[in-house]
Each structure stands twice: as C-alpha cells, then as structure tokens.
Design a protein around this ligand. Structure first.
Ligand SMILES: Cc1cc2nc3c(=O)[nH]c(=O)nc-3n(C[C@H](O)[C@H](O)[C@H](O)COP(=O)(O)OP(=O)(O)OC[C@H]3O[C@@H](n4cnc5c(N)ncnc54)[C@H](O)[C@@H]3O)c2cc1C
Length: 278
C-alpha cells in the first residue's frame, strides 16, 4: 500500500500559524490520515476496502466504542514556539515525543509573551484555577507594564551575565516564565485527541487553548473524518454519572431532575440549561 498523503495537509506543511503575540504552530510532518485508521481497523476485522461513506461510518463506530488503537497508527509532528509556562503544560502530556530548545547550548532570544492591557484577565471568584473577564482600568495597564519591564530588566541581566562569562545554564535562571522557547512535539492521533479534549476545555488556561485551537485546525486537515468523530463523540459529548442518568430519566418523565447544590448545577450545565460555573 502506497504512503498515505492528504493534499489539504500537504498544502500547509511548514506554514507557521501565529499564536499569541510571537508564537506559532507549524505542521512539520504527518504519517497517515483517515485512510490509515480505516486500513488498520480493517486488518483487525479482516475485511477489505469499502466506500467513503462506509469508511466514515467505521471511524465513527471506532470513536464511539473507544476502539482507540487504529487512531494510534496516525502521527503528527508540530514545531511550536511558545512561552515557558505553556511549555510546562505541554510537557505533562507524556504520550507525546518532545524535543525542546536548550538554554544550556544556545543563548535564548529576547522574545517574551507580553499581553496588552486589554488582554489582562481577572482571577475567577468561583474557580481557583481559572481567570475570566478583563481587569480593566489602571490595574490592567500596570500589570502589562510590569510584565514588559520585568522582561526588559531580566533580559538585560541575562546578557550582562553572559558578557561576564557566566555559563548559559545558570544565567538563564533570571529569565521569566513568559520567555519564548521552541519545541518539536510529535503525538499519535489517539493521544492528540486526548490532549485536545483537555486543553480545548474552558478549564485549561487561555494561552494553551490558543495553541490547542491551531493544532486542532491542523489535525482536522490531516484526518477530517477522525476529527469529526472526535468532535461528535468526545469533544462535544457529555459523560453522565449513575445519579445523573437517574436525573435524566426523571427529566424525560417530566419531573424535576432532583439533583441539588453543585451536583444539580453541574448537571444542568452539562445539558446546556445553565452556563458552566467558571
Ligand atoms: C485544566 C487542567 C489543569 C491541570 N492542573 C494541574 C495541576 O494543578 N497540577 C498538576 O500537576 N497537573 C495539572 N494538570 C496536568 C494533568 O494532571 C495531566 O498531567 C495532564 O493533563 C496530562 O494528562 P494525561 O496524563 O492524561 O496525558 P498523557 O500523559 O498524554 O497520558 C495519556 C494517558 O496515558 C496513560 N498514561 C500515560 N502515562 C502513564 C503512566 N505513567 N502511568 C499510568 N498511565 C499513564 C493515562 O491513561 C493517561 O490519561 C492539569 C491539566 C489540565 C487539563
């Protein structure tokens, strides 16, 4: 069987899609696509080539029933320029293969992620890990200014230490979390969908979500039917616990769902009856 190529993905190979103020995501390479998932699944089912419609149906069936291994037959390689704090979140996804720029080997560039005043978000009062809404006024301008000044001073100190002969591996210790670095990040499609489910979610920090959105767009080009199935059965799906299933039955019978407090509000948010409590 010939190597699988996807013209829509080939058209954007190496193109840098901007993220944040100076970051980007590039699709460096891919292996396989929808056709590879179908081939791999049919090896396990022992059946031959089918129509496009049947292929799409098979991919939906695999995704719906968590028959995940055929999706592992497809891989994508991204070149990503991202701030260190986003890198720290990317690194947690152990199933990806990763190489990063070495601040021991190279001098880091004077490149920092610097949100503007209108991009400074406030601390959520209902969820400890998320920010929401604008801070506005003086506080926003001050925060943006502090970040700029901190980056300027830190980089000047870094350069000074390098000029004085301090080793790169120690001089880098003064560089803040918003410094840009670069990685090559390779992941199979099953684990990439897992990454996207976690990092496109509103619980994830807005900055990594911005990277996730571009990676999702590129993934969709490589394997559009798989992406559609992922959206349908995972990204836009909801999981209901046992008591929530009982609550659903009550709703369908025209009764109040009967769940109280946080359990009740989370259940209603899952059904889109109320906004999610951030
Ligand atoms: C919104 C959000 C908030 C987070 N907050 C925090 C936080 O406050 N502190 C913190 O430390 N982390 C935090 N994380 C990171 C999180 O705990 C996970 O480490 C990260 O999302 C990677 O998920 P994963 O382990 O499922 O993915 P991967 O590492 O890609 O693994 C994929 C799957 O493979 C399996 N797997 C991989 N390696 C192993 C292994 N060694 N043993 C067993 N199974 C394995 C698991 O089933 C796993 O789900 C946060 C993540 C998100 C999305």
């Amino acid at each position: 069987m010939a190597r699988i190529t996807v013209p829509e993905a080939d058209a954007v190979i190496d193109e840098a899609f901007p993220v944040l103020d100076q970051g980007f995501v590039r699709l460096v390479d891919y292996m396989g696509g929808d056709a590879r998932v179908v081939q791999a699944a049919r090896v396990s089912y022992g059946t031959g080539t089918k129509t496009v419609r049947e292929d799409k149906g098979l991919i939906g069936y695999l995704m719906r029933n968590a028959h995940t291994s055929p999706f592992e037959q497809v891989s994508l390689v991204f070149h990503i320029k991202l701030p260190l704090f986003v890198f720290a979140q990317m690194v947690r996804h152990r199933t990806a293969k990763l190489n990063s720029m070495s601040a021991r080997y190279s001098v880091m560039q004077d490149e920092f992620y610097l949100p503007t005043a209108d991009q400074i978000r406030g601390q959520s009062l209902t969820n400890k890990q998320v920010s929401e809404g604008g801070v506005g006024g003086e506080a926003a301008g001050q925060a943006a200014g502090v970040m700029q000044e901190q980056a300027r001073v830190a980089y000047a100190l870094y350069e000074e230490m390098l000029a004085n002969g301090v080793g790169r591996e120690q001089a880098r210790m003064v560089l803040p979390q918003n410094l840009y670095t670069q990685i090559y990040w390779k992941c199979d499609l099953h684990n990439l969908f897992h990454f996207l489910r976690l990092r496109l979610d509103w619980h994830a920090q807005q900055e990594i979500r911005a990277y996730g959105e571009v990676m999702a767009m590129l993934t969709k080009l490589v394997a559009p039917f798989c992406y559609e199935a992922f959206e349908e059965h995972i990204l836009n799906a909801q999981r209901f616990g046992g008591s929530e299933v009982e609550a659903l039955k009550r709703l369908l019978a025209g009764e109040p769902h009967g769940l109280e407090g946080r359990a009740g509000s989370e259940f209603e948010a899952k059904l889109g009856l109320t906004p999610a409590a951030h």
